[in-house]
Write a protein that binds this ligand. Sequence first.
Ligand code: COA
Length: 189
Amino acid sequence: MNTTRGPDHDDDDGLRLRPFAEDELTVLDRIRAEPGASGSFQWFGWTDPEAWRRQWAEDRLLGRDQGKLLVVRGAERMGLVSWRRIDINPLTHSFCWNIGIVLLPEARGRGVGARAQRMLAQYLFAHSPVTRVEADTEAENTAERRALEKAGFTQEGVLRSIVFRDGRWRDAVLYSILRHEIEDSEKES
Ligand SMILES: CC(C)(COP(=O)(O)OP(=O)(O)OC[C@H]1O[C@@H](n2cnc3c(N)ncnc32)[C@H](O)[C@@H]1OP(=O)(O)O)[C@@H](O)C(=O)NCCC(=O)NCCS
């Protein structure tokens, strides 16, 4: 695997992942405050508007166990990708990452979701010794399921009644991509 690939990796058309600047926290404000901006599958009601700024003050959204990067193409701020640590076995200190994504409405449907999530998986494999990156999404979120499949993730199973959103419990689907799968596909390309 080419370990120089990272959030500063510039794809052919300029799609990049990079850390937020303080004046770009407005992207997060918009996602938190407008139901349409987060997308119906990511709208869980209004939450503490200062939470992201407290996190920013603590670690610039790049903590040890979780992080967020901005998705940009040129000057266009398209949304965010995120990751959080999932402990597998405390006896062996083993863990993996669970990733997420929210693109702003105007950035959706342009093939960015698949590429940004693959770039994030490449980044996490390059900069941490995990062997597994996972993602879950509501079973009815066809766009995210398809984006994950296009990014090289494999469906593992259905998590029944795992998400409470908009008045009822819903099923989710768990996906993963393994380190060797990314490495093998990079060797082929
Ligand atoms: C889900 C999301 C990341 C997908 O990224 P995207 O860039 O919009 O998706 P893409 O353009 O890469 O399209 C992915 C695939 O889904 C399909 N698709 C896109 N929108 C769709 C929709 N509303 N319904 C069904 N399929 C859809 C596309 O046709 C494409 O499939 P194809 O290549 O076979 O034609 C993005 O739409 C988003 O941020 N949505 C709101 C937040 C969200 O739901 N995040 C995931 C939470 S787990």
